[in-house]
Design a protein around this ligand. Structure first.
Ligand SMILES: Nc1ccnc(=O)[nH]1
Length: 435
């Protein structure tokens, strides 16, 4: 299945490897389209050194990569592991956003016991791990009493998986509940106990400013960061992004604030879009785009061909200095019928949907360094001397080779050793889905 075999040795060289320069620290060489060639010395489960090609110690066993790429393991900063894989049990008959909300709600009420959530989350973790992902942030639907169930399961899995995938969780709460002291107080307490973040999906609500200020105050009082679903709509009347940036500036909140989706920003007139982007930059918000899910849900009208891609103003935000990344979002649930938590697929589709290409020089940052930085894990998503040898090896040498195939024959290395890359079998989920 793999395109080549790793040396069977604890100390060896990956010779003549092509590395995305944005992910490499402590080495620089002549870059072509943002790609540099190097020899990587692997020892003790770590990247011992990154050297100019042809200069690694000749006495060590060596795998000649023949210019094949080597990437750091990937970051998936916005997922919904609690919803994943329910598609066969509860579909979205018309593929619309409202259809997604309604069908997830019905499935949650009927089926989301701890065992059910655990089985599906574990399936997703196995999948993501096999593809080469090392850090995942998931949102957890936190409509009471679900928050209690899902956060418990999350903490168990976070512990069980700590040596394979670092996990973060965001309470995705109904924002109206922020004004109900008892309900919100309990969600905040559960979130804090499990080391989570506060979140929710913004839309036009009466008292929206009061809700946001209350949410920011609770986050500040409890030392929690914030990660919101924002303006996931084609309706240009909706632009809560502006209010979120203003609230962060007004409250002086000093935690991290991430905003996901921001679809309707792309529907605004240029002036309003620019003003909003400047405000987002000034407030220091980080933006994550979810291209596959956005293209699936946005501009969907029965019998009509979609006319826009659904994604936010990614390039304009990045140009204004905003940290921007992409992620999977939903997988095989009513919000997105497909997906496999494969960062390489997310990257490939993002390049196509968002035009991250030409030049592709720094594009690899969107699933590696930038999301790692946004999640407060600047130790992840890079290749550096002394860092763990958590790497993905590809046969592809240049961008066109990399982006044209799914890279199913990649090798995932963790602590210097190849892992079993077999994906879990969908049949494993039959017992909970076919009840
Ligand atoms: N795109 C999404 C919005 C809200 N909830 C989800 O699970 N997904």
């Amino acid at each position: 299945m793999s395109f080549c075999e790793l040396p069977d040795a604890p100390h060896f060289v990956l010779a003549n490897a092509t590395l995305p320069a944005v992910t490499v620290e402590g080495f620089s060489g002549p870059a072509k389209e943002g790609l540099v060639t190097a020899d990587l010395v692997i020892g003790d489960g770590k990247v011992e050194s990154v050297l100019s090609p042809g200069t690694a110690p000749a006495a060590l066993p060596s795998l000649d990569m023949r210019d094949g790429m080597v990437w750091p393991c990937l970051v998936d900063m916005h997922t919904h592991l609690d919803k994943g894989h329910i598609w066969e049990r509860r579909r979205n008959p018309d593929g619309s956003f409202m259809g997604a909300l309604e069908n997830v709600g019905a499935d949650r009420a009927a089926n989301w016991s701890a065992d059910d959530v655990r089985a599906r989350m574990e399936f997703s973790l196995k999948t993501a791990y096999a593809h080469g992902t090392k850090l995942i942030r998931t949102h957890l639907d936190s409509i009471p009493p679900q928050h209690g169930i899902s956060f418990e399961v999350f903490s168990e899995l976070k512990h069980d998986w700590k040596d394979r995938i670092a996990l973060q969780a965001v309470a995705l709460l109904p924002l109206e509940s922020v004004l109900d002291e008892t309900v919100f107080g309990d969600i905040v307490a559960v979130t804090k106990r499990h080391g989570g973040l506060l979140g929710g999906a913004t839309r036009i609500l009466p008292d929206f400013e009061k809700i946001l200020e209350t949410l920011f105050r609770a986050a500040a009082d409890n030392g929690l960061d914030i990660d919101l679903h924002v303006d996931e709509t084609e309706d240009k009347q909706v632009l809560t992004l502006k209010t979120i940036a203003e609230t962060k500036l007004k409250t002086g909140f000093d935690g991290a604030v991430t905003v996901g989706h921001c679809c309707s920003l792309a529907r605004q007139d240029d002036d309003l879009a620019k003003q909003t982007i400047d405000l987002v930059a000034k407030a220091g918000l980080s933006v994550v785009s979810l291209p596959m899910c956005n293209m699936y849900l946005q501009d969907r009208h029965a019998g009509r061909t979609p006319r826009w891609r659904g994604v936010t103003l990614f390039h304009e935000l990045a140009a204004a200095g905003v940290k921007t990344a992409v992620a999977s979002d939903n997988t095989r649930d009513p919000f997105y019928a497909y997906g496999d938590l494969d960062g390489v697929e997310v990257f490939r589709e993002s390049v196509r949907i968002l035009h991250l290409d030409h030049p592709l020089d720094t594009a690899a940052r969107v699933v590696t360094t930038t999301p790692a930085d946004i999640l407060g894990r600047p130790d992840i998503g890079r290749i550096k001397p002394g860092g763990p040898a958590d790497l993905i090896l590809f046969s592809a040498r240049r961008w066109s080779e990399f982006l044209s195939r799914p890279q199913a024959d990649r090798i995932v290395m963790r602590n210097g050793m190849g892992i079993d890359r077999r994906l879990p079998d969908y049949r494993d989920l039959d017992p909970i889905l076919m009840k």
